[in-house]
Design a protein around this ligand. Structure first.
Ligand SMILES: [Zn+2]
Length: 240
């Protein structure tokens, strides 16, 4: 079949079924991408957006995705400005939102920003806390929390470090950000910081059940992928 791909290059209007019974087939998809990459027509290569020539892949209608967006707005019932019942419909940009029919207030759902602290002591042990509250109570994590409206990500990291571990600290370095799933907010963007201890006494704060240093080898599973990401980054750098 692959020999057929080269003969398609001058055809206009090329289609390839990459989904059967709504189940995308990996093999079909690979064949389709290979075919498209060999086409010399505009659309497949260097589309100019004017001629109308083109080709593309429709795997399946993104119904699941569309339903998901609607579900996200299902608990947005009333306008926070005027109290009217919100309607879930498309906005000017064709995106589904909860919109107030009375005052036109639009509810935007955005990822929630959070900061996480990677704190390593002189014995090369990392500070972890056992979470007390949602999300993931009872699980271990790096000290972390949501960024308040009047805080920078760095200030939030310093504040969370103090609140959860009793230690005063400062940011040494921004490690990376991580965009991940949240069971509460659907999406959280976490900022990871390497922190230096300036003082204080290690003691689990009000929103942590425990706080302790452990070696990287003895790290228990952590509640958040973002925290694993920062730890892996740090370990990879230290090993170089
Ligand atoms: Zn309103």
């Amino acid at each position: 079949m692959r020999d057929l791909f080269t003969s398609f290059k001058d055809n206009c209007g090329f289609g390839l079924l990459a989904s059967i019974d709504n189940t995308p087939s990996h093999k079909n998809l690979e064949d389709a991408v290979t075919a498209l990459s060999r086409m010399m027509h505009r659309g497949a290569v260097a589309a100019d957006g004017k001629s109308g020539d083109g080709s593309g892949l429709l795997l399946s209608m993104p119904n699941k995705f569309m339903r998901k967006i609607e579900e996200l707005y299902q608990d947005k019932n009333y306008c926070i400005k005027c109290g009217s019942k919100l309607e879930i419909k498309k906005d000017r940009e064709n995106k589904i939102r909860a919109i107030c029919p009375n005052c036109n207030h639009i509810v935007y759902l955005n990822p929630i920003p959070a900061s996480a602290c990677l704190i390593v002591n002189e014995k090369n042990e990392v500070l972890i806390i056992k979470r007390k509250f949602e999300p993931n109570p009872g699980e271990w994590a790096l000290p972390s929390g949501y960024i308040e409206i009047d805080e920078t990500p760095e200030e939030a990291a310093v504040a969370e470090m103090k609140e959860e571990t009793g230690l005063d600290g400062e940011v040494i370095q921004f490690l990376d950000y991580y965009s991940g799933y949240s069971p509460i907010y659907e999406k959280v963007i976490s900022f990871g910081f390497l922190m230096r201890i300036l003082g204080g006494t290690l003691k689990a704060g009000d929103d942590a059940a425990e706080a302790k240093f452990v070696s990287f080898e003895k790290l228990p599973p952590l509640a958040f992928d973002s925290h694993n990401h920062y730890i892996n980054l740090y370990k990879n750098r230290s090993n170089k």
